[in-house]
Design a protein around this ligand. Structure first.
Ligand code: HEM
Ligand SMILES: [Ca+2]
Ligand SMILES: [Ca+2]
Length: 307
């Protein structure tokens, strides 16, 4: 029920307004692209791509943002959606859903930092539920075994190859120390540091994260070589011991995923093609249309709360 031309008649400047908004935002805050890509993933995997992740909590409802894993979502990512919504409400009030804004903004930001163009079909409605309790178990974490990670994606309709391609999202952005300190300090009784990590890289990370329990803001790039550029460097890093997260490193070890890591490391065109296809699929994951949702007036509030 979604279509590329959904707003052609009702909001002809939709594409232009989003493109201008994200361009301005990404230039002033270069972390926006990575933050928005992760925000979109966290939205789509919890109750579909319905902007449920954007809802603010109130005294009656603990929204998805309150879930521990979502505390580290980027403020700039929420911000770019709000800016786009404001500009769109001025041009065509009450027409464009927040879930469509997030999907389209994510694509434009991926393209802006060098990634592939892919089609974003439009016509999503915004969800009417956002509960912190729905988040746990619906998003993957770095302590997942490869069995668990594969099950997680396959249960949601994604293939192992799509798991590897989507993990390439970690070619941009960063992670806080607590996401990889187990690999630095508590790997095993005989070797506290994971021997898979290139030794000099491990030393740098250990110095940086030495006080991670107090200095909780400390973080490292997911792709140390080209952290701001969307490219296939993420896959080239893995066999060199430059993967940051345990789950990313594991992609290069497991025989089910390694062939795709090897392919994407030598063939950026294949990566871009597969990432684009997988993003098209992620972008329609569990979408709501018709009366299953609403077009929110404000992206952080259900309409019922304003009336
Ligand atoms: C495969 C399972 C995945 C796991 C276990 C995982 C885990 C993580 C973790 C722990 C962080 C660091 C968060 C922080 O400390 O702030 C992160 C960041 C990020 N993730 Fe994932 N992720 C996964 C899949 C994905 C997918 C499918 C995408 C998108 C296609 C994605 C995009 C990102 C981005 C762009 C960042 C950087 C965010 C920023 O810089 O603000 N991740 N991920
Ligand atoms: Ca959602
Ligand atoms: Ca990169």
């Amino acid at each position: 029920k979604l279509s590329l031309g959904y707003y052609q008649k009702t909001c002809p400047d939709f594409e232009k307004i989003i493109r201008e908004t994200v361009t301005n935002k990404q230039i002033t805050s270069p972390v926006t692209a990575a933050g928005t890509l992760r925000l979109f993933f966290h939205d789509c995997m919890v109750d579909g791509c319905d902007a449920s992740v954007l809802i603010s909590s109130n005294s009656f409802n603990q929204a998805e943002r309150e879930a521990e894993i979502n505390h580290s979502l980027s403020g700039d990512a929420f911000d770019v959606v709000v800016h786009a919504k404001t500009n769109l409400e001025l041009a065509c009030p009450g027409i464009v859903s927040c879930s469509d804004i997030l999907a389209q903004a994510t694509r434009d930001l991926v393209v802006m930092v060098g990634g592939p163009f892919y089609n974003v079909r439009l016509g999503r409605k915004d969800g009417m539920i956002s509960k912190a309790g729905n988040v746990e178990g619906n998003l993957p974490t770095v302590n997942f075994t490869m069995d668990k990670l594969i099950d997680y994606f396959v249960e949601r309709g994604f293939t192992v190859q799509e798991l590897v391609a989507l993990s390439g999202g970690h070619t941009i952005g960063f992670s806080h120390c607590k996401e990889f300190t187990d690999r630095l300090f508590h790997h095993s009784p005989t070797s506290p540091t994971d021997p898979d990590i290139y030794p000099k890289f491990a030393e740098k990370l250990k110095t940086m994260c030495a006080n991670y329990e107090k200095d909780t803001a400390m973080s490292a790039f997911n792709d140390v070589i080209t952290p701001g550029k969307f490219d296939n460097m993420f896959y080239q890093n893995l066999p060199r011991g430059l993967g940051l997260l345990a789950t990313d490193n594991a992609l290069d070890k497991d025989p089910r995923t390694k062939p795709f890591v090897d392919l994407y490391a030598v063939n950026q065109t294949a990566f871009f093609h597969d990432f684009g296809r997988a993003m098209e699929k992620l972008s329609v994951h569990g979408v709501k249309t018709g009366r299953k949702g609403e077009v929110r007036r404000r992206c952080d509030l259900f309409n019922s709360i304003n009336t």
